[in-house]
Design a protein around this ligand. Structure first.
Ligand SMILES: Nc1ncnc2c1ncn2[C@@H]1O[C@H](COP(=O)(O)OP(=O)(O)OP(=O)(O)O)[C@@H](O)[C@H]1O
Ligand SMILES: [Mg+2]
Length: 371
């Protein structure tokens, strides 16, 4: 028996024994039945300079009612992988392989028409910049009404009522009146709230929030985070939250996936990973936090910069920046890519590093309010 895996159009035969072994090593941090299951996801952009492999062998899962945070430096593949989950890539210019199952339905290879039905009803995404999602020429109310009617066969008046309820739910004062406003008449924070209202108007089971608060000032950021957490509690959705801010992760996420150069390098429950990270890249991220509420800033940035995806270093892609590679025997870090596997007795968490017994136990003092 063997399994067919398509990789950029080429069918690769993989012995079943290998894939079963690989699968048994995939972490399921909560042990709950997942709603979103991403497995061996690869996203490649053919470019004039060669193929850009933006996401490589990515696997994770998110159950309903739980929040997964995806973190990593700029260019690590957070947005590209999430856009694949939403079926937002142009099929003409993007090669996608692997599997993305959403409530049992396979998203990879789904027809555009089905994808459109899925987006906004089963799954919704909030972006950093609501300008890109709210149309400047239509009133906020009209856009909310249309978003609802795209998936519900109801009269305008009923949809308007639902829109007003949603605006009220996300904390927009005087929602009936604000329905007639254009996006530019809203403040940045209000626009982001309206965007969240639009995302949630059809009760999606999955919400992906891609740095939804980065463009907002700190007070508004905190309000929007509270709002997303409240709404998740009420709607019971699965949430994927993309952020650069590990303070935010500690605050709102259950699980964390750390990405580097298109790959997951550490994955598991937030309290375990941020409490005792196993990957030197996660150590680096924790040490380079500018400042977390009440904590002093950590000024020990990771040396160097992430690699170009057209020239990813051999072996462990992080090895040129890693201060711990000397502690691994031989030339392993340069020559062999480590697997993402459990590195401790706890099989619910995995990391991708050759270090066997980390000589340094990372002492965490950064986390604001961990359980
Ligand atoms: N259409 C495209 N063609 C070629 N390369 C692309 C394309 N879209 C994204 N990339 C590349 O894929 C990589 C991953 O991009 P992605 O947007 O997922 O990063 P990110 O982790 O979300 O970063 P940020 O934190 O800056 O948002 C980047 O190197 C980016 O340049
Ligand atoms: Mg991004």
């Amino acid at each position: 028996m063997s399994e067919q895996v398509t990789n950029g159009g080429t069918a690769i035969r993989r012995p079943e024994t290998v894939s079963r072994a690989a699968r048994s090593r995939e972490a399921n941090p909560s042990g709950l039945e997942p709603y979103l299951v991403v497995r061996d996801l690869e996203v490649t952009f053919p470019t004039a300079d060669g193929p850009v492999k933006a996401v490589r062998g990515l696997s994770y899962s998110v159950p309903l009612g739980r929040t997964l945070a995806i973190v990593g430096e700029s260019g690590s593949g957070k947005s590209v992988s999430s856009m694949a989950v939403m079926g937002l890539h142009n099929p003409q210019s993007t090669r996608i392989s692997g599997s993305i199952r959403l409530g049992g339905h396979e998203v990879v290879g789904m027809r555009q028409e089905e994808l459109r039905k899925l987006r906004g009803s089963t799954a919704a995404m909030v972006f950093q910049d609501p300008q890109s999602s709210l149309h400047p020429y239509y009133t906020v109310g009209k856009q909310l009404i249309e978003a609802y009617r795209a998936h519900h066969n109801v009269a305008k008046a009923k949809a308007a009522q639902r829109a007003i309820e949603m605006l009220a739910r996300v904390g927009i004062p005087n929602p009936k009146k604000r329905m007639g406003d254009y996006p530019h008449q809203f403040s940045g924070g209000m626009r982001q709230r309206a965007m969240i209202a639009m995302s949630l108007i059809n009760d999606p089971k999955l919400l992906i929030a891609d740095e939804p608060t980065t463009a907002l000032d700190v007070t508004v950021q905190a309000q929007i985070l509270d709002l997303i957490m409240d709404l998740q509690r009420d709607f019971g959705s699965a949430v994927v939250f993309i952020t650069h801010d590990l303070g935010v992760v500690a605050e709102i996420a259950d699980d964390i996936l750390v990405m580097y150069a298109g790959r997951a390098v550490e994955y598991g429950q937030v309290n375990k990973i941020l409490g005792a990270p196993l990957h030197p890249y996660t150590w680096g991220l924790l040490e380079s936090i500018p400042a977390v509420s009440g904590e002093p800033a950590r000024l020990h940035p990771i040396p160097g910069a992430p690699p170009s995806l057209l020239a990813v270093p051999s072996g462990c892609p992080f090895h040129p920046r890693c201060e711990f590679r000397e502690q691994v025997q031989g030339d392993l870090c340069r020559t062999e890519t480590p697997d993402l596997i459990p590195r401790t007795a706890d099989t619910s968490r995995t990391s991708r590093c050759h270090l066997r017994e980390p000589d340094r136990v990372f002492e965490t003092t950064v986390l604001p309010r961990l359980p």
